[in-house]
Design a protein around this ligand. Structure first.
Ligand code: UGA
Length: 444
């Protein structure tokens, strides 16, 4: 049975969720406060780049199953399910700012005071355990004069979408988690996912909130773990790739998220781990593994600069080429990208930086601007005059670069592989001084 859904917030998560629900036959109204965004969506254009999303949006618009509006009250009134997908930005201490969540909860409460039908409110934003019940539920009760479970339903339904694979992840999920206050709220949300074959977990809202944080924290911890092992491997002249393969074949460990490198970035891992850690401290039960996960990740990008210094010595006056700026390939997202601390450190040590990225340069320029940083679209231009290069983001086109090309284009011969995409022996054979994260010197 198609459901009527209001999706409040058309950021990354809200838009992907709204469009995908519409693609499964539900009637979706996307709400945003930015008029240009609303217009764009109604024209069938996505304000973000996400493979497969625009096709689904266009189709949903054609079939009349999705519209965008600035009018939040009318969207709420006509919906059976109201999703909250607004941002939860980080504060200085790592905790999250709930002001958008609170604002939307007030609006929902005031609006449902005026209606007679029972609606279900669903939190999709990533929020600290307890928020759905203690903040969203409480505000809606106060504003609407209705009791949860009686006057309105309440649930938390976390997202597990990777940037660049969000549509795929949504339409073919590993699991669906629905944290509901009662079985009626659970069934309402479950009805949206009739098409999914994945297991559906029924939990409390607080459990669902924690599952989201625990999942991201575990994956981030796995990366920091292999990065620590990588740094240790360098001292033993052992290749971390061999170790990752050796442990990854154990089904309990799995080979995924065991790629050592310059550390994790993006809008989720750093923020979510910091938020959960900050909350645990607030509750007086500090999650020590999370603190270590963040500490390792803070140091990890700088490991590339250390390797560089070991080969080049004093960096003052040296020209360093940076290949890749985005926090991972196939995105222009620069949030918490490893390239930021790396370039800042190079500049601090007096180096000149020539940087390139297939699509992230415009966003990088907003964050990294200094007379000694220059950006180039073409790889060849970046390599010219370079004393050394650091590979920071493993774009496919960089994998194809041959050591002989590098050798002929660069002034110097030092290559630091921050993501371990190249074959050390091949590079060595071509007379390049190749160093990689998690690879001892002897292997070179
Ligand atoms: C991450 C999670 O993978 C999603 O499941 C989750 O839904 C999402 O956060 C979120 O909370 O919204 P995303 O941030 O898009 O997704 O990116 P990932 O592909 O997970 O990569 C994150 C970072 O880890 C990247 O900087 C990547 O380079 C790094 N990474 C990943 C490694 O350094 N090693 C690995 O083995 C894997």
């Amino acid at each position: 049975m198609p459901k009527k859904v209001a999706m409040i917030g058309t950021g990354y998560v809200g838009l992907v969720t709204g469009v995908c629900f519409a693609s499964k036959g539900h009637d979706v109204t996307c709400v945003d406060v930015i008029p240009e965004k609303v217009e764009q969506i109604n024209e069938g254009k996505t304000p973000i780049f996400e493979p497969g999303l625009e096709e689904l949006l266009l189709n949903a618009r054609k079939e009349g199953r999705l519209e965008a509006t600035l009018d939040v009250a009318s969207a709420i009134k006509k919906a059976e399910l109201i999703f909250i997908a607004v941002p939860t930005p980080s504060k200085e201490d790592g905790s999250i700012d709930l002001s958008f969540i609170e604002e939307v909860s007030h609006t929902i409460g005031k609006t449902i005071r005026e209606v007679t039908d029972k609606k279900t409110v669903v939190v999709k934003s990533t929020v600290i355990p307890g928020t759905t019940e203690k903040v969203v539920g409480r505000i809606i009760e106060e504003e609407s004069g209705k009791k949860r479970g009686i006057g309105f339903g309440l649930a938390m339904n976390p997202e597990f979408l990777k940037e660049g694979k969000a549509v795929e992840d949504f339409l073919d999920p590993d699991r669906i988690v629905i944290g509901a206050i009662d079985s009626e709220s659970f069934n309402e949300v479950k009805a949206l996912y009739e098409w999914a074959e994945a297991p559906i977990l029924e939990t409390s809202p607080t459990t669902a909130e924690l599952i989201k944080y625990a999942a991201n924290s575990f994956l981030a911890m796995k990366i920091s773990f292999i990065n620590e092992i990588a740094n240790y491997c360098e001292l033993l002249d052992v290749d971390v790739k061999d170790v990752a393969q050796g442990i990854g074949l154990d089904e309990r460990i799995s080979p995924k998220f065991l790629r050592a490198g310059a550390g994790f970035g993006g809008s989720c891992f750093p923020k979510d781990v910091a938020a959960l850690y900050s909350h645990s401290k607030q509750l007086g039960r500090e999650l020590i593994l999370l603190r270590s996960t963040l500490e390792v990740n803070k140091q990890q990008p700088l490991r590339t600069v250390e390797l560089l210094r070991e080969e080049v010595g004093d960096l003052s006056g040296k020209t360093i080429a940076i290949l890749g700026l985005a926090f991972k390939p196939d995105t222009d997202d620069m949030r918490e990208a490893a390239s930021i601390p790396i370039i800042e450190q190079l500049i601090k040590e007096g180096a000149r930086v020539k940087a390139t990225d297939p699509i992230a340069i415009p966003n990088a320029k907003k964050i990294l601007s200094h007379p000694n940083i220059n950006y180039y679209d073409k790889i060849n231009d970046v390599l010219k005059e370079a004393d050394a290069l650091i590979l920071v983001t493993e774009w496919d086109e960089y994998r194809q670069l041959s050591p002989s090309d590098l050798k002929s284009l660069m002034k110097g011969d030092v290559v630091i592989d921050g993501r371990r995409i190249w074959n050390p022996e091949l590079f060595h054979k071509h007379g390049l001084r190749y160093r990689g994260i998690g690879l001892g010197k002897k292997k070179n």
